[in-house]
Design a protein around this ligand. Structure first.
Ligand SMILES: [Zn+2]
Ligand SMILES: [Zn+2]
Length: 291
């Protein structure tokens, strides 16, 4: 079967007449048959969509036809199925919730994957910081990265005092596709960090160019796939049998819905559930369906 393409994109740019754009864009998405989630706001656009090669090509052409998005960059990954169930275009105050109160155009230097790889190859002196959440860095991260223990991006603000000892060092930030780093780097600069860079296009852009190098483990994605390969082996283990494993699963007990790392064998044995309690409730639910 032909693989589908998942493409993600963002741009911080002043947008107006959001309701008009929202309707027009949703109609277009439905017309060409792509699925995914697009957030728009006065500060810009942030989206991730899936479709076949032709649909994705048509979508990119359409988005680039708007003057505001003529230079927007897309980052592609593959999927065996639509990792989004429907098509959503939503208006939000922030296209990435941060409450940082920063200007997302006053950001750090955009470091290309090539430049980052060179810094690693030459063993340069730099501090690399993960701007993502703890469950994301648990299954994959850049080599030697500092991985703050946060559950939501908003809390990156609380990380700043803990890393202030690196204020005068060369600091490199990264996230999945680059959008969070625009705000995180603006925040560090505002707080007095002297030399802040961010990986341009994030992990996805890096692993598309240099798979199997300095990004270790798997890359978490906010869609049904939950992660994608990076060309390197797992850095995490199955929470049940402790074998190397980088794949997340959502607990089958809908009331629990916990995200946990689980291998295929254990998924079967545990009915995709995270605990004995959840396994029992899943069993009960399945039985009631049969009867
Ligand atoms: Zn296992
Ligand atoms: Zn559970």
């Amino acid at each position: 079967m032909e693989k589908l393409i998942v493409t993600s994109f963002y741009k911080y740019v002043n947008l107006y007449n959001l309701e008009i754009f929202q309707k027009e864009h949703l109609d277009f998405c439905n017309k060409i048959g792509i699925k995914g989630k697009v957030l728009i706001g006065n500060e810009g656009i942030n989206g991730s969509i899936s479709g076949n090669k032709e649909q994705i090509k048509e979508y990119k052409k359409k988005l680039k036809s708007y003057k505001e998005f003529s230079d927007i960059k897309f980052k592609d990954t593959e999927s065996n199925y639509h990792p989004f169930r429907k098509t959503i275009v939503r208006i939000r105050k922030e296209i990435v919730t941060s409450n940082f109160n920063v200007d997302p155009t006053k950001t750090g230097h955009h470091l290309s994957p090539k430049e980052l790889k060179k810094m690693y190859d030459k063993k340069e002196d730099f501090v690399i910081i993960d701007a993502r959440n703890n469950y994301e860095s648990k299954i994959g991260k850049f080599k030697n990265a500092i991985t703050p223990n946060i559950d939501i991006f908003r809390d990156f603000k609380k990380v700043v005092p803990k890393i202030s000892k690196y204020k005068n060092k060369k600091v490199v930030l990264y996230c999945t596709g680059g959008i969070r780093c625009e705000k995180a780097s603006a925040l560090l600069i505002k707080k007095g960090f002297k030399d802040v860079s961010q990986v341009d296009g994030g992990i996805i852009n890096y692993i598309n160019q240099y798979p199997g190098t300095y990004f270790e483990g798997r890359c978490f994605t906010f869609d049904a796939r939950l992660s994608v390969e990076t060309g390197n082996k797992e850095i995490s283990i199955c929470e049940k049998c402790h074998k190397p494993c980088g794949e997340y699963t959502n607990c089958a007990n809908i009331k629990c819905d916990k995200l946990f790392i689980c291998c295929d064998e254990c998924k079967q044995e545990w009915y995709n559930s995270c605990s004995k309690n959840c396994r029992n409730s899943v069993k009960i639910r399945d039985l009631s369906k049969i009867n």
